[in-house]
Design a protein around this ligand. Structure first.
Ligand SMILES: [Zn+2]
Length: 104
């Protein structure tokens, strides 16, 4: 079983399962779901081996973006420099839009 990184949104454990017949549109597809906040990956039918790496990359990139945004906010707070606030807002926007993307 390959290792799943924790949920990029809440940090809870993620679990992978195959969708059953109770969801006819997605039956047979694999999906990764957070056990905490129910955030989920896309449903993968074909290249299932990519599902885990896709989830893990997302977890990593979201965390990296969030960290950058927090650092930028801290800089802005410490310096009171208006340019730093503009940078901080851009970093926060980037982190939010990455987090809200369905996958990738
Ligand atoms: Zn979660």
């Amino acid at each position: 079983m390959s290792e799943l990184k924790p949920c990029p949104f809440c940090g809870a454990e993620a679990t992978r399962f195959t969708i059953g017949d109770d969801e006819p549109n997605n039956a047979g597809g694999d999906v990764i779901v957070c056990t905490g906040c129910q955030a989920s990956s896309h449903v993968e039918f074909g290249r299932k081996e990519n599902l885990v790496s896709c989830w893990n990359q997302r977890a990593e990139s979201v965390n990296t973006d969030l960290l950058e945004a927090l650092k930028a906010l801290k800089r802005a707070h410490d310096t009171f420099d208006p340019d730093e606030w503009i940078d901080a807002e851009a970093a926060a926007d980037a982190a939010i839009s990455r987090a809200e993307k369905p996958h990738g």
